[in-house]
Design a binder for this molecule. Structure first.
Ligand code: NDP
Ligand code: DA3
Length: 324
């Protein structure tokens, strides 16, 4: 059986991450990168095509990994591509995920392929761990913290604001709240009250800075409700100080196995590169997407719908040896 043939759609941080990580997966091979830009202007060692070439390559690609931004690219591109390909994305506009699932599910069933949505870490592996923790510990509370680090989704979203040339968004968690939770103290937790969002923006010449700041701070699904800072810096400072993309976070379930015996379920990530880790998760789900497609299990899938064994390159027999 031949290696799984992968196409990357969108060559940004995530697309570059998939390109790099694929080298670690001998059961997969990169057919090419597909960009909306002129391929001559895209700097990569791999084969680069224009997005429009995809429709003539359906017999050369098994899975497309969609690496566009969630603010505007995925909602636009995913439905079109689902008509011709099995796809995987890291769509992370949490409020819109149920609607996105339904759109992809209808298309994937109609065109007899698979669409794995919202992979990555949040949504993705954090979602999976919240499900397991809440199924195992029905009595308790779940807390999610991100950072401190760079959110790709929020950085992508501010880059789409009119007048913004470059932008990055750091998410800062309330560390004292994390400690209080682990100490078993009663806490008042909401996602919006437990994080601060700090943005650094390089504005286009002549842009209305007040309008940019207001648009970011009130942005539905991304910033609305959070304490948000917007700082305007020049391009030199941006390239000097804001090129790293570390991130991470934790899912904590503080539950009870009887009326007062506490159990803390924690899943934590500490990521040197947020986009590279997200790309790595999407690749594992691309393997699952291919297998589900081969089995005729057509439709949209989230991380909740996919048995863990589908992610692994090891056979069932090999995996069962690891149960011991
Ligand atoms: N589920 C999760 O845990 C996570 C999800 N994500 C999601 O992944 C999405 C993508 O993140 P990220 O890769 O950092 O976003 P980028 O902004 O780096 O890339 C988004 C798109 O912008 C275009 N682009 C990139 N670089 C350039 C450039 N120099 N000039 C013009 N266009 C460019 C590319 O499309 P094209 O090549 O067609 O021009 C690319 O696909 C995020 O929006 C986020 O929603 C990210 C991290 C975690
Ligand atoms: N989807 C996020 C992954 C995590 C990071 C995050 C945040 O900092 O708000 N929320 O979810 C990303 O794009 O980085």
């Amino acid at each position: 059986n031949h290696p799984i043939r992968i196409g990357i759609v969108g060559y940004g941080n995530l697309g570059k991450g998939v390109e790099t990580e694929l080298a670690f997966h001998p059961d997969m091979t990169l057919v090419g990168i597909f960009s909306r830009r002129d391929p001559q202007t895209v700097d990569s060692e791999s084969a680069v095509f224009h997005m429009d070439d995809l429709e003539n390559m359906t017999d050369q690609i098994d899975v497309l990994i969609l690496c566009g931004g969630s603010a505007t690219d995925i909602p636009e591109q995913a439905p079109i591509l689902q008509k011709q390909f099995t796809t995987v994305n890291a769509y992370d506009n949490h409020a819109e995920i149920p609607a996105h699932f339904d759109v992809i599910d209808e298309l994937a069933k109609a065109h007899q392929n698979v669409g794995v949505i919202a992979t990555g870490w949040d949504p993705g592996l954090f979602s999976l761990n919240r499900l397991v923790a809440e199924a195992v510990l029905p009595k308790g509370d779940t807390y999610t913290f991100w950072g401190s680090g760079v959110s790709q989704g929020h950085s992508d979203a501010i880059r789409r604001v009119n007048g913004v040339k470059l932008g990055v968004q750091y998410t800062i968690p309330n560390e004292s709240l994390i400690e209080a939770i682990k100490e078993g103290e009663e806490v008042a937790y909401t996602k919006t009250s437990s994080h601060k969002r700090v943005c650094y923006v390089v504005a286009e010449a002549g842009a209305d800075l007040t309008a940019i700041s207001e648009t970011i701070k009130t942005m539905k699904d991304y910033f609305d409700g959070y304490e948000t800072e917007v700082h305007f810096i020049d391009e030199a400072d941006y390239y000097r100080d804001h090129q790293g993309m570390p991130h991470g976070g934790r899912v904590i379930r503080r539950g009870y196995t009887d009326d007062q015996t506490m159990a803390v379920y924690e899943f934590a990530l500490d990521l040197g590169s947020n986009p590279q880790f997200t790309a790595a998760a999407s690749i594992a789900y691309a393997r699952a997407a291919y297998r589900l497609d081969q089995e005729g299990q057509y439709g949209a899938k989230s991380v909740f719908d996919i048995a863990p064994a589908y992610l692994s390159p090891k056979s069932g027999a090999e995996l069962r040896k690891e149960l011991l």
